[in-house]
Design a protein around this ligand. Structure first.
Ligand SMILES: [Zn+2]
Length: 126
């Protein structure tokens, strides 16, 4: 089982196959969002009353320490969490904060693995 961890407080963000975030879009709407823990799976869950739309710039916030999870010094459009894979190996996971943009990067000592249809968009940042 993979575990996702806040890079700021080291709190556990994942439960089984979902990762829990506080989010706020650029129009000021807030929601709890559950992302799939599977790399390259862009399905997510949120309350039906929240109208996040394609292209919204969504801030991801740790629900434990309330720190912003921006991928600082990499790109304003990327968020970053830590992942410990089933072998106990740590990776940095970066993903787009723009709704509908499908790209995820798993970064470790061994290099960068990219996922998603839009993975070329930020591949020059690493
Ligand atoms: Zn945290």
């Amino acid at each position: 089982m993979k575990n996702y961890i806040c890079p700021k407080c080291n709190g556990y963000l994942s439960i089984d196959n979902e990762i829990v975030f506080l989010t706020k879009n650029n129009k000021g709407e807030s929601a709890i969002v559950l992302l799939s823990a599977e790399l390259g799976n862009y399905s997510f869950r949120k309350n039906d009353n929240v109208d996040f739309e394609e292209g919204d710039h969504v801030n991801f916030i740790c629900p434990i320490c309330y720190e912003n999870l921006n991928a600082e010094n990499v790109d304003d459009n990327l968020a970053c969490v830590k992942m410990i894979d089933s072998n106990g190996k740590a990776k940095k996971i970066m993903f787009s904060k723009v709704l509908g943009e499908k790209c995820t990067y798993a970064i470790s000592d061994e290099g960068v693995d990219s996922f998603g249809d839009n993975k070329d968009t930020y591949s020059n940042r690493f």
